[in-house]
Design a protein around this ligand. Structure first.
Ligand code: 13P
Length: 289
């Protein structure tokens, strides 16, 4: 396997496709993602948030990824998703993660720059191949099904000017931006993406791979419209969680006597694999390896 993460992200950002980034917290969901990617010949990013990493174990997650890489030859890379402190980012880096997202978007721009720069310095000192993502803009919601409508306010969105300054002053490899995206799926419909804002950001920092968080619940039309403008990877969590949980409930209801986890978990894992396959096709991330 000769695919470097940095090259994969760069190439995806320059062409009209994006790598999938799928979160996992169980062995079965990770396997579902890898099987989907193997079948469709897709390089892939898998991620653990701080909560997911705490459950799986940082070292365990890194070990599982290297076993999958060795067994399949697929470029599968592990990202520490939405890590909110220097210490948690350092834990992921020290455990052997390929990538870390330092998310200080709740802080002031100056503080965000300061912590993100510190993470870049630390990561590159450990291994120059580790990719660091910074973030700018306020992303609303959480990776759940929301009953209420969620609106993105103009002040939540990333501005091209701040994006340029942030990238120059931190040295991050890629940037998570907000242009209408939220975390989770709203029953009232997710907001539309602001493709004009995305274009402006991409034109201002054309060499920086961009990341779209909150990939669940966005219309196919909006996803396709975003792909040509610097998109390197798109994060999906809620839709996997939702189909997995629905399938698991149905499986437990169907056979109330069943107590063997690998039997009642099967259909949930398969549901996760199917949704990942759909997303890979939507992101045009197939037949790449
Ligand atoms: P969704 O839960 O909306 O798919 O977003 C996931 C995400 O952005 C994880 O970083």
């Amino acid at each position: 396997m000769n695919y470097k993460l940095r090259d994969l992200l760069k190439e995806a950002s320059q062409r009209p496709y994006a790598l999938g980034h799928f979160n996992f917290s169980t062995l079965g969901i990770l396997r579902a993602v890898v099987l989907a990617c193997r079948g469709l010949k897709s390089p892939v990013f898998v991620g653990t948030s701080e909560g997911e990493a705490k459950y799986v174990g940082y070292g365990q997650a890194a070990a599982q990824i290297s076993v999958w890489r060795a067994e399949t030859g697929l470029p599968v890379y592990l990202n520490a998703d939405h890590h909110k402190t220097f210490e948690s980012a350092k834990t992921a880096i020290d455990a052997g993660y390929d990538s870390v997202q330092i998310d200080e978007t709740a802080l002031s721009l100056e503080e965000n720059i300061e912590v993100s720069r510190k993470v870049v310095e630390y990561a590159k000192g450990v291994n120059p191949d580790i990719s660091v993502e910074g973030g700018l803009g306020y992303i609303r919601g959480s990776s759940e099904l929301h009953k209420e409508k969620i609106e993105v306010k103009p002040q939540d969105m990333t501005t091209p000017r701040e994006a340029k300054r942030f990238v120059e002053e931190t040295g991050v490899d890629r940037l998570a931006i907000v242009f209408g995206n939220i975390h989770g799926v709203s029953a009232a419909g997710n907001p539309r993406l602001d493709i004009e804002r995305l274009k402006e950001i991409h034109e201002t920092i054309p060499d920086v791979p961009l990341t779209l968080h909150g990939g669940s619940g966005i219309s196919d039309e909006d996803i396709k419209a975003a792909l040509p403008y610097g998109m390197s990877n798109i994060h999906v969590n809620t839709e996997i969680r939702a189909v997995y949980t629905d399938a698991l409930r149905a499986s437990l209801d169907k056979d109330k006597e069943q107590t063997t986890p690998y039997k009642y978990l099967n259909s949930a894992d398969e549901a996760a694999q199917r949704i990942v396959e759909e997303k890979l096709k939507l992101f045009n991330a197939i037949d790449l390896v």
